[in-house]
Design a protein around this ligand. Structure first.
Ligand SMILES: *Cc1c(COP(=O)(O)O)cnc(C)c1O
Length: 284
């Protein structure tokens, strides 16, 4: 997984558990978490469970990072944790390098958790630089690579951080079946990488086809999904369901996501089926 030699690794029962571990480790009266919104919901849920205050900083309307606002929030709140997801879920945005560097530089008293859950589809990663900063953790999972059910996430950071988080890791959090499966996975990484490469190619095809449909706006995605603004997200969800296609209506998640749905990229055949179902959504 190309973890730098200067980093240690901590495993979690999915990266969800790592988020929980970091929240618990950083919990003390007044401690805060800052993350761009809309983003991955577990940052906020985990923060609340651990009695940390969550502050969401809205992305720009095109879902790129509002680096000025994020840097300002970091300065104002001095959060324990800052969570840029790279790429972001559910928007698929891969934040600009210079913006990320600004955030890391501004977060001198914080830990910046770069969540690379969708890294197999991104073609870019902060992992090679994980040890270059004393305030960065890079977090990954095998879930989106195709093995969500084995529940295995990992984080890489300088040993000083890993040592602290290990104190609140539940003992035996990674069971032997998961370990054996992960061993098998590492022997066949080429198969999963090839599958991810195929999904990346299919994503480009699907994005072109959806963008050509009337009334649909496709946002650039570095994940295995597309965020699409439709005329009515609830109607889109129901219409596709009648064709036995399950999409995610994220329209109510955040005001910036009004009438947006998330479409998962599948095989060429599955995507063709989804496009046919989307064509039933006549513009009104
Ligand atoms: C799916 C996801 C996770 C959690 O993955 P696990 O299955 O718990 O490893 C974390 N972050 C983001 C952004 C995700 O999309």
């Amino acid at each position: 997984m190309r973890v730098p030699a200067a980093c240690d690794v901590l495993l979690g029962n999915g990266s969800d558990e790592l988020i929980s571990i970091m929240s618990v480790a950083c919990s003390k009266p007044g401690a805060k978490v800052v993350a761009p919104v809309p983003g991955f919901v577990m940052y906020e849920i985990s923060a609340k469970f651990a009695h940390l205050e969550f502050i969401g900083v809205p992305l720009k309307a095109d879902f790129t990072l509002d680096a000025d606002a994020l840097v300002a929030a970091i300065g104002e709140h001095a959060p324990a944790l800052v969570y840029p997801a790279y790429p972001n879920n559910p928007t698929g945005t891969l934040y600009d390098d210079a913006d990320m560097e600004r955030v890391i530089a501004a977060a001198k008293r914080s830990l910046v958790v770069i969540d690379e859950a969708y890294q197999p589809f991104a073609g870019k990663s902060w992992m090679p630089r994980a040890a270059d900063f004393d305030n960065v953790v890079v977090m990954r999972t095998v879930s989106k690579l195709g093995l969500a059910g084995i529940r295995l996430g990992y984080m890489a950071a300088r040993p000083e951080w890993i040592m602290q988080f290990d104190k609140v890791r539940p003992p035996y959090n990674i069971n032997v079946l998961t370990q054996a499966t992960a061993d098998f996975l590492l022997d066949h990484l080429d198969v999963l990488d090839a599958q991810a490469a195929d999904l990346r190619a299919q994503r480009a095809v699907l994005a072109r086809e959806v963008a050509a449909l009337p009334g649909m706006t496709v946002f650039p995605s570095a994940g295995n999904f597309l965020l699409v603004r439709v005329q009515d997200a609830a109607v889109a969800f129901e219409t596709l369901l009648t064709s036995r296609v399950l999409i995610k209506n994220v329209g109510k998640m955040h005001p910036l996501l009004a009438d947006c749905v998330r479409l998962t990229v599948g095989t060429a055949e599955e995507n063709a089926h989804m496009i046919a179902a989307l064509k039933k959504l006549a513009p009104h």
